[in-house]
Design a protein around this ligand. Sequence first.
Ligand SMILES: O=c1ccn([C@@H]2O[C@H](COP(=O)(O)O)[C@@H](O)[C@H]2O)c(=O)[nH]1
Length: 273
Amino acid sequence: MTREQLFEQILNKKSYLCIGLDTDPLKLPQHLLDLEDPVFEFNRQIIEATADLCVAYKPNIAFYEAQGPQGWVSLQKTLQVIPKDIFTIADAKRGDIGNTSELYARAFFENMDFDSVTVAPYMGADSVKPFLTQAGKWVILLALTSNAGSQDFQMLRLEDGNEEYLFEQVLRTSQEWATADQLMFVVGATQADYVQRVRQVAPDNFLLVPGVGAQGGSLEEISRLGMNRQCGLLVNSSRAIIYASSGYDFAERAREAAFAVQREMEKLLEELL
Ligand SMILES: O=c1ccn([C@@H]2O[C@H](COP(=O)(O)O)[C@@H](O)[C@H]2O)c(=O)[nH]1
């Protein structure tokens, strides 16, 4: 999917919501547990109930890997029921020496046909570039993550004369590897204080923003500080949407939770674009 197509989706749906499919078998509604593939059935109903309200789905791969071979089957089946015009993100946080990264890229882009994969920048250029070889496929590089541990490395000051944070160096250097047509960055909603700094270095790139909902980040704040001319934001919410109810009405309640976010996004788009 191109940047223009993504922006078109955002305008059509008046939404920049990404729904995280962090589907934990231990949290599934009781009535699904006797089915052949409860994880898939849960995802299928969530997708059916929310597809008109979001522009992206982000399965976090850990939740599927943890289930062994059946988890990969559930993931593959889930991908098949996501409408083709919706952007898909494999939240896998991969990155390794070049030939290994090549195989990760094949797994997520060719085998599973995801539109994008999250990649850790720590191993540098040769670990990221193998994910950038296919047109229409995206790298979403971890820049400033939503968790407390982001302080440990990402917020270190570099002694380079500019006193930049390490995350700013990640944003700057990685833009030598790919344009904003193929490269997004993860920036946590809990990092609103630094979003203006992110936008100074990366004005055009889309940002994948986890951390609203369960982690307490503010959609309004991150949108005011981070939106660019093409919106430039995919704001993710996982638990607050998919686990809005654990009963028979789980899909209906997930839709209500997604609708509330979409309505807020619609207002913000009207005001800020
Ligand atoms: O900095 C990051 C990077 C990734 N995540 C992932 O996003 C979702 C957030 O889930 P919520 O339930 O909405 O909190 C989850 O898959 C994380 O692994 C992140 O939170 N922060």
